[in-house]
Design a binder for this molecule. Structure first.
Ligand code: 16G
Ligand code: ZN
Length: 534
């Protein structure tokens, strides 16, 4: 079977590539202004179909979102059959296809690609796709559908939903009817699976105080409202910032990225959040989660991805001990250079901790190497992975006391409340609430596990960010030559000082991170390192 060249040409001509724009499949897929992404969407549709054919007709996912970025932005990323990010080696192929200047050049590139990858075009192809609430979404999905049609793939529209739901769907579809079945392949199936596990885990525990959920005026609002129904009285969820149809509201002055970067309470919550009460923020596609609370004096405290990792890892270790399985199932942590020094110190005194470069795929792959891998970026993206061997051990373990049996059931339920395909703000929220309920922790008690070092993140616009090259999981610069020595020299002058510089993978800037024992010192160090970079 060969390519349907006429059909591809006819449809591709409807989605011409804009001149003078170079697209790049980066850490978060293709991401830029929604208004220039039409051709990219069409071509991603074709590519998703080809990937499905290459993998023997397994379903591939496509998510249309720009996450925490401003509303006019949009983006697209591919999801592999087990619900993970697209295999690394295909990123360059995505980039090549997206940049072919004309329909003819595109068809030629597809043809060459099919030949080198030995893709059997007679294989079936299936693609499931979803989008967030951005206004540019419907038109971009229409372009994607043209691409799916052009390559002769079967498309399934999962509608408007969160990124983690789409990842779940891909895994559920591909494991249906097997021994690894992941759940019903629908949003209801997802809600049902997670909330049933949550309810078992908190059965008999005192009801938690109501939880404010800042939905960033994005798609998480819709999923949060549904969870509120599914989990009923066990935990009262109060979604706020749910204006998904108000122009300009998405991620504006609210959401996980706002809270993490500005280290402030979203202004829209100022009159609602009471001292002592917990709240959390999701990002625009609901795959990041940040908690916070106000103390008795009304002072804001943030509980970020690092704090979530510490809370959750300690709880799982405790349960493996209580279940008598801690000699067989070991917990490990994965962080990035952005992890607060306070968290790294606390965690590495207790568990194995690995540091990897920024980006979910790096964390995910490193976490797969542990029996139970807990990975969180400080920005609130993360999850927990249980290896297939650990899942088998849990299923086969014979508890010798009722207490062991209870703990074992808790761990098994945790494997179901956690979305193991990707970071999932609402799944992580349920997980956090389970631990808080079991430990009877308030936000303040959770916060006191360790003290965060004051830190500052700044961006620097430079002429060419590509000259910045890093090593040691982005903690040190190898290029431009000589710069790292100057940074080291500066850092030495600050008590508890640490700083690093890396090029952003999503914006045309260089990021500088600094921390120190004192707030003023952390700020000063960040600005002085930025001065070296500029
Ligand atoms: C993307 C990554 C996120 C990372 C961020 C860093 C995925 C799905 N997302 O959003 O993990 O923290 O990029 O952005 O991998 P930066 O390179 O601009 O600092
Ligand atoms: Zn996101």
């Amino acid at each position: 079977m060969s390519l349907q060249v006429d059909l591809i040409k006819q449809l591709s001509d409807l989605h011409p590539k804009p001149e003078h724009i170079h697209f790049q499949y980066g850490t978060a897929g293709f991401r830029t202004l929604g208004s220039v992404l039409d051709s990219v969407m069409f071509r991603v549709g074709v590519l998703a179909g080809l990937r499905s054919k290459r993998l023997d007709g397994k379903t591939i996912g496509v998510m249309v979102t720009a996450s925490h970025n401003p509303e006019p932005d949009n983006g697209v990323k591919l999801v592999d059959p087990r619900g993970e990010m697209l295999e690394n080696s295909w990123e360059v192929h995505a980039t090549t296809l997206a940049n072919a200047p004309t329909s003819e050049a595109f068809i030629e590139a597809v043809d060459a690609f099919v030949k080198t990858m030995r893709i059997d075009l007679s294989k079936p192809a299936k693609v499931v796709y979803a989008r967030d609430t951005r206004p540019s979404g419907p038109a971009l999905v229409a372009a994607l559908e043209d691409g799916i049609k052009a390559i002769g793939a079967e498309g399934r529209d999962a509608g408007v939903t969160s990124t983690p739901v789409l990842h779940y769907l891909v895994r559920a579809i591909n494991t249906k009817g097997t021994k690894d079945a992941y759940g019903e392949d629908s949003e209801e199936g997802y809600l049902e699976k997670l909330s049933a596990a949550y309810k078992k885990l908190v059965a008999g525990k005192a009801a938690s105080p109501p939880l404010l959920v800042d939905c960033a005026n994005g798609v998480g609002a819709q999923v949060a409202y549904k969870f509120a129904e599914y989990i009923g009285d066990t935990l009262q969820l109060i979604p706020v910032n749910t204006a998904t149809t108000t122009p300009g509201a998405l991620n504006n002055g609210c959401g996980a990225d706002f809270v993490k970067t500005s280290q402030k309470l979203p202004p829209s919550l100022a009159s609602t959040l009471k001292p002592g009460q917990r709240a959390c923020s999701l990002d625009g596609d609901a795959d990041r989660l940040i908690y916070f609370y106000l103390d008795g004096r009304g002072q804001f405290h943030m509980l970020d991805g690092d704090k979530i990792a510490a809370l959750v890892a300690a709880f799982i270790v405790e349960l493996t001990k209580a279940a008598g399985i801690d000699d067989q199932i070991k917990v490990g942590i994965v962080q990035t250079a952005y992890a607060n020094g306070g968290s790294t110190k606390y965690l590495s005194e207790r568990l194995p901790v690995k540091c990897v470069p920024t980006g979910v795929k790096h964390l995910h792959h490193a976490a797969e190497k542990y029996d139970v891998g807990v990975y969180f970026e400080a920005n609130g993206h993360g999850t927990v992975l249980f290896s297939p061997e650990s899942l088998d051990k849990l299923a086969q373990h014979q508890p010798s006391t009722p207490a062991q049996s209870t703990a074992l059931n808790h761990i098994i339920n945790l494997t179901n409340v956690i979305n193991q395909t990707v970071g999932d703000a609402l799944s992580d929220m349920l997980l956090v609430e389970v631990v808080l309920a079991h430990k009877s922790y308030s936000g303040e008690e959770w916060d006191s596990l360790y003290v965060d070092l004051p830190n500052r993140l700044v961006k620097v616009v430079v002429a060419d960010r590509n000259i910045f090259k890093t090593e040691d999981a982005e903690r040190r610069l190898v290029s431009p030559p000589g710069l790292q020595v100057k940074i080291d020299e500066l850092v030495r002058r600050y008590e508890g000082g640490r700083a690093f510089v890396r090029p952003s993978g999503t914006e045309d800037v260089v990021r500088v991170y600094a921390e120190a024992t004192l707030r003023t010192q952390a700020d000063e160090l960040a600005y002085r390192v930025a001065g070296l970079v500029y």
